[in-house]
Design a protein around this ligand. Structure first.
Ligand SMILES: [Zn+2]
Length: 274
């Protein structure tokens, strides 16, 4: 079970003070952007061990970009900082290349460092952010806010809620990548296994424990856990999904569960635009 104290927080800005928001990032690339935001956390006394955290975040970034598309990236690491969570937000007018899946430059960087004891907190935060940022009007207001105060005012509208209903918001690409690594690990030679396992562990930490245990059971039983939906049919069991579920999944990065075979349903992977 997730720790219950996080339920007391209802807004994104419960975790972020105005001084943790940088309206005009000086950084021109993603490593510099992450470093600039980590410096903010150090200054705010939310972080002391900057260097290992930077390494950790960049390792994670190299494994799979944390850009979610639409001009937003969420670099993150699960590291014990003494507190529960440390967040810094940076905006870049020119945009920074995060190798986003949609090829767009990133104008809003939300850096999150959270305590390993709080696995559920990040998902909670992530779901709330994704729900807010999916709306173009909200992104425009964040990208165009004239100063720190205005930017903070928009950020304070972001509400955090636990998952509702039958979907897991914006985590399909992470689950897909985890499956890819697990399949690779099974085929790999012994000396390569450790490295793959290390990468897989990084992704496992980001996902809910209930989801992970279901994932492992499915992998064990079928050799795969994530099924794509092609033309409304679950590729895990060849059964037609309801029209409603099919249209919800199409083109989305959310995870659903097949009512027939119990596998995780995702939209087919998009080809990277160059
Ligand atoms: Zn199925």
């Amino acid at each position: 079970m997730e720790r219950t104290n996080v339920r007391l927080h209802t807004h994104f800005t419960d975790f972020v003070k105005p001084s943790q928001v940088v309206p005009d990032l000086a950084a021109k690339d993603r490593v510099a952007a992450v470093e600039e935001l980590l410096d903010v956390l150090v200054k705010e006394k939310l972080l002391t061990n900057k260097k290992p955290v930077l390494t950790r975040i960049i390792d994670r970034e190299n494994l799979e970009t944390t850009a979610i598309g639409m001009g937003v990236a969420l670099p993150h690491a699960r590291v014990d900082t003494g507190g529960e969570i440390a967040i810094a937000v940076g905006r870049s007018e020119k945009g920074i290349d995060f190798e986003a899946p949609d090829g767009q430059k990133v104008h809003l960087v939300i850096l999150v460092v959270w305590n390993p004891e709080l696995p559920g907190l990040f998902n909670h935060l992530f779901a709330g952010l994704a729900r807010f940022l999916i709306k173009p009007a909200n992104r425009q207001r964040l990208f165009q806010a004239k100063d720190r105060a205005e930017l903070y005012a928009v950020l304070s509208e972001i509400e955090l809620r636990f998952y509702e209903g039958d979907k897991i918001i914006h985590r399909a690409s992470v689950l897909r990548k985890l499956q890819e690594l697990e399949i690779k690990r099974r085929k790999a030679r012994k000396e390569q296994q450790k490295e793959i396992q290390k990468h897989a562990a990084m992704l496992r930490e980001e996902l809910d424990t209930a989801l992970i245990s279901r994932f492992d059971k499915l992998m064990e039983r079928y050799g795969f856990a994530v099924a794509e939906v092609v033309e409304g049919v679950c590729q895990g069991c060849n059964i037609n999904l309801s029209t409603q579920m099919h249209s919800a999944i199409e083109g989305s990065n959310d995870i659903y569960v097949c009512e027939n075979c119990g596998k995780f349903l995702v939209s087919p992977a998009k080809k990277k635009k160059k």
